[in-house]
Design a protein around this ligand. Sequence first.
Ligand code: CA
Ligand code: CA
Ligand code: CA
Ligand code: CA
Length: 672
Amino acid sequence: MHKKKKTILTLILVIVSFSVIFSGCIQQEKKQQKEEKTLSLQQLINNAQPGDTIYLLSQTYTGTIVIDKPLKLIGEDKHTTIIDGDYGETVIHIIADGVTVTNLTVRNSGGHLGNSGIKIESDDNLIKDCLIYRTKTGIYIDNTEDNSISNCFFRTNSEGIYFKETSKNIVDNCQFCHNAFGIHTEKSSRLTIKDSYVHTNGIGVYSVDTSDSEITHSSVSDNNQDGGGIWFYNCKNFDIYDCNIDHNGAGVKLIKSDSKISYCNLHRNMYHTIKVKNSENTVIQNCDIRNSYRTAIIVKESNCNLNNNNIVGNTLYALKYESDSCNARENWWGSITGPSYINSIFGDRISFKKLSLKIFPWNIKPYENAGSTWDTKQVFTKLEVVSERFKPIEFDETDTDDDGCPDWWEEKWDYNPLVSDNHKSLDPDNDGLNNIEECYTDSYGSDPFYKDIFLEVDWLECKNPSVTNKPPDDLIEKIKDNFKKHEINLHVDVGNLGGGEEIQYYNGLKTSDLRDLYWEYFLHNDLDNPRKGIFHYALVLNDIEELYADYGGFVFFGWDNLDTIMLDAQKNQEWFKDIKRGKIIVGGIMHELGHTLGLLINDHDGIDNDETSEILRQSFWEYRNYKSCMNYRYTFYSLDYSDGTHGRNDYNDWKNLDLTFFKNTHFNLPSK
Ligand SMILES: [Ca+2]
Ligand SMILES: [Ca+2]
Ligand SMILES: [Ca+2]
Ligand SMILES: [Ca+2]
């Protein structure tokens, strides 16, 4: 009976006219039941006439389709009408103008560059009320215009939407979370992003060579502590208006980009709130910029107008200024006496290397109309994403009780091979690896009752053959010893565990290339690669393209969680000439690994604080007891985290490690 009901539910209805009502056409239903037995979804599309509507009931359609005529594809239920691409190149390929796809789920594209959930290569299409997950690119819009993406949810994609060489497209009422990039744009113009919520991604909005576009009434919040937020490279007239940009690693980063940021709230961002570099015409007006964990605004070699803002309560600086010309008049700095210079006794501090900064007159009270007028939590609700393997890890050996772990492994660790255990949920040592994963890594020395951390390291070949980016064995042993003292086995794979490898020399890497290296050299383009969720991943690199090379290292989302370390060995070597390259590499890895283990900027003011390494700065002295590689002062020296026993302002990193963070990443505001 149940089976019969299911058969009826899973039939496909091809309704040739809009006016035909679904429930009233029994005859047609019978006819279509017959059709369903013989026709695939692609054949139904092939048989349809331009302008037809195809209704899809709740079922999973496996395979990829091409839509080559104007059609409407409407799912019965967004969550249970599923088109599963089964890792094919493009799940839904739209090549005709005027196509509508609504109310269904698209998942499982291939993992290669250019693979996607929906690829649009035509104009005037509408994607509405869809759920898109597990793709290389959720929606790939290639060289077209006038497309609209509305009320869709993008999660666990390498990127939600990629606009490449497009114009006049709209994203509205969408939510993006747990994607390496929420929205990615390149060589595009006249893009509107509105009423959308972008959270818990590696980078919320990443734009290159994009112009005459806008982000309005959206929240870009709680994205990666090392980056996150909105990044613009070479963008012109890309304006941000009436947005909430809260608690990201970098709120807004403008590199060679002219942007106007107005009437926005930018609260509690972590590393910096706004960074402007090599930009000609930046305008920051009527914003409320508050409570940055480090510095609010950094201006380097740029012209900018910074006026009518409230810039208050920022931990290090309200403004760090290394530029020729900046008009920062008419701002409220938190005090009637204006900004402070040495200590934040009255207003927020500013720091400048050039005297051309114009700050007087400042405002003597807060601007009441500065900032957005709405609250993220009242407008948007975070949609939940459960971190779970889509395809379980399976073993070939005998598993008498069919509980996922073979008999020999259960016997080895005193589990009963005749009584089913819930190994998928068992993690007795709380190292983030369930017993299935412990079993998978048994040959690497995994122990279900002793904490294990796995790290795969790939390194880029150097142009100069006498230099290597491979981390030296003796220093790897040293950091392993440090973990061992705290009863954790660190397993580093530089080829010895079948993963680590040298990547052929490549000149001019961009930020988006780093993510693609993760897909190619860590996942090996396989969305079900068992190493995902077991190993952390490190890329040791050099020769990053200058435009993108403003950090020496950072952690990023290779895919859906904060599990990937990037270290620019070359850049660090230039900055720290007296330190051996091997020590730079291993020290950098240890530091960034700490972030993937949940040590974040907002946990302790000594973590990722630029001032702790500068002797003339207050933080240098304030956090001198924080003897941790998470402290920039000690990063390349200690190769260890702190245990909190060194006195005032020290922090117990070891006690606060969260071994599950790399597969269950979230950036919630600490309660204080
Ligand atoms: Ca078993
Ligand atoms: Ca068992
Ligand atoms: Ca475990
Ligand atoms: Ca373990």
